[in-house]
Design a protein around this ligand. Structure first.
Ligand code: MN
Ligand code: MN
Length: 391
């Protein structure tokens, strides 16, 4: 049982945190003071809510997989327990190197090319095939279970971010073609693949995963020219789509409406100018997974019961915000900040604090906050998205 002093000190911290969170609404000093009075008067929580979970992970903090041809580092529930619904992998391939033919039993795969170029192949259950070339700013989506492979087409290293719609997924436990062949009796392989049994002695005797290779020709035909081309694109150029433009930055949002095959995820590329503020909001329908590409930002989450938590993020850092949790992002530093964001839903939903306030009568806000008419006149009536630097 905690001693009385400890309990009081804990409540003091919680109240301060709540006070700070409310202060950020910028309602004006008088209003904030009025709220502070109410907070002081509020009865102590009868049941103490659990602490907010850690929501930050540095994907570069572990060695991950390193071998001939490339490397991979992942963020799953093992590294970031709160991220139940989404996992991510930072993967690098040398020119010509392959991420071998494989599939994922538990998750669909999304990717964003950060640097370099690569080619993917994919086979669908209805016998359609697609080969696509990617460069920086391009994304792909492979539905759960569809067989695929990735090759760096050169000239430099190719670095891409993978995202999966299942936090329990691990890139290091996928269904790889070499693993299966190495574990299958050679008489079965010889019969199925029309090769002498001796041929399988030359193949990898365990999972290859990533392997070195030669840069492929610019254009290649697939082996079976009669195979039907894919009728739904697996590639979407998020970097080439028109953004939503705000004073403080830009947002490109890709749902299944823009990219029909991407039914389980929504992807966002957010670019924040120095000093920007991505306004207070929440997502009623989905968890939010963030990967910081460049620049820095401070993310604050609000998890009810007076619980708020702030962490600062930089390149390679992952943030996870649970469905329905309030949050905002303050850009930090002189370098613009780029964040790749995934939601575990094919559709995008957001409620911004400003839109919400616009959807209420003045009298209710006066009663709720103690605001006078001057302050009500200043309050935004619709979403502000990304606010510019304070002048
Ligand atoms: Mn994969
Ligand atoms: Mn958000």
């Amino acid at each position: 049982m905690p001693d009385q002093a400890g309990t009081d000190s804990k409540a003091g911290i919680d109240r301060r945190s709540l006070f700070e969170a409310i202060s950020r609404v910028s309602l004006g000093l008088a209003a904030t003071a009025a709220i502070a009075e109410q907070v002081k008067a509020a009865p102590a929580e009868e049941t103490k809510a659990d602490e907010l979970e850690d929501f930050k992970y540095d994907i570069d903090s572990e060695k991950g997989w390193v071998g001939p041809g490339g490397s991979a580092k992942e963020a799953t529930v093992k590294q970031l327990p709160v991220s139940q619904s989404i996992a991510g992998v930072s993967m690098k391939l040398d020119p010509g190197a392959i991420r071998e033919l494989h599939w994922h039993a538990l998750a669909a795969e999304w990717a964003y090319v950060l640097t370099g170029r690569c080619r993917t192949t994919v086979i669908t259950p209805n016998g359609q095939a697609e080969v696509d070339d990617f460069e920086e700013g391009d994304t792909w989506y492979f539905p759960r279970g569809h067989g695929h492979a990735i090759q760096n087409t050169g000239p430099g290293e190719c670095h891409f971010l993978l995202g999966f719609d299942n936090g329990h997924f691990s890139e290091f436990g996928t269904f790889s073609i070499t693993d299966w062949i190495a574990r299958t009796p050679r008489n079965v392989l010889a019969r199925n693949l029309n090769l002498p049994e001796s041929a399988f002695g030359q193949m990898p005797q365990k999972e290859l995963y990533i392997g070195p290779g030669k840069v492929p020709p610019a254009v290649e035909d697939i082996r079976n020219a009669d195979l039907q081309p894919s009728q739904s694109a697996h590639k979407f150029r998020i970097g080439k789509m028109p953004p939503r433009v705000f004073a403080g930055g830009e947002e490109r949002i890709v749902t299944q409406n823009e990219f029909p095959i991407q039914t389980t995820l929504t992807a966002v590329r957010m670019d924040l100018k120095p000093g920007a503020l991505r306004e207070m909001h929440w997502h009623p329908h989905a968890d939010e997974w963030q990967f910081f590409v460049k620049g820095r930002g401070r993310v604050t989450i609000f998890g009810s019961h007076g619980r708020v938590k702030t962490e600062e993020f930089g390149p390679g850092h992952v943030a996870f915000i649970k469905q329905g949790y309030g949050h905002f992002i303050e850009q930090v530093g002189d370098e613009p900040t780029r964040i790749l964001i995934l939601f575990n839903s094919g559709l995008y939903q957001e409620i911004s604090l400003t839109n919400w306030l616009g959807g209420n009568p003045n009298s209710l806000l006066t009663t709720n906050f103690g605001l006078n008419q001057d302050m009500l006149d200043r309050l935004p009536k619709k979403e502000v998205g990304i606010l510019g630097k304070r002048s």
